[in-house]
Design a protein around this ligand. Sequence first.
Ligand code: NAP
Length: 248
Amino acid sequence: MIGKVALVTGAGSGIGRATAILFAREGANVVVSDVNETGGKETVEHIEAAGGQATFVRADVSKSAEVQALISSTASAYGRLDYACNNAGIGGAQKFTADYMEADWNQLIGINLTGVWLCMKYEIPQMLKVGGGVIVNMSSILGWVGFAGAPAYVAAKHGVVGLTKTAALEYSAQNIRITAVCPAFIQTPMVEKAIADPAVLQMLVGMHPIKRMGKPEEVAELVVWLCSNKASFITGNAVLVDGGYVAQ
Ligand code: NAP
């Protein structure tokens, strides 16, 4: 990936940070983007300390003007965009469908679904200018199956899968491969914040046939592999990295 440019949103923490670090280790110039400046800058420090190359650009993926500015600044800094991992997301409120607040619904859909669409809206024209690229959108096992108490999250992650398939149909002939990655529960600050009760955490661990949660690095490996030429015939699908969760 030497000489290539990779953009990762939500790269200030968890899966996004691990993905940005791995892209850099593979030789890419990485644009680390996040709404959280402290986290994003820490990721850049990790990459630079390991001898890699990265720049931080703050952007809220739910805001069109900020996403547009993110892609423009990537293009003006590097002149190209080869790989994009549209990863930024939130866990959102934990309430059943009828109790979910409209403001919480709109916020979650705005970040986890509209945010992915806005990123692709501005990434695709930039990739077309350099003859192609690869986009990996962050979905979830909850883009495959339901989960009681997470209606907006499940709807957004299923939406990401549908959007990914459609965009892949539209742009694969122009050399842009687009896939979704679907992790099960991964040990990140998002999960740590959402599940404070150790008994609930143990119950969730038990739902994975592999009997543990995943690590951010295990998701990063899949994202970076999907972007590589080793995955050159893969587009338009939702790839699980789930310790067997959805097989049951
Ligand atoms: P995380 O550790 O909370 O990291 C997410 C990062 O995204 C944080 O730095 C967060 O900033 C940032 N962010 C939040 N809203 C944003 C916005 N509007 N614009 C830009 N950045 C924003 O979460 P994670 O577990 O790594 O999750 C990353 C992605 O993987 C999400 O899309 C999530 O849905 C998906 N996923 C996670 C799991 C899991 O079990 N962890 C499983 C399947 C899928 P703040 O810290 O300031 O909020």
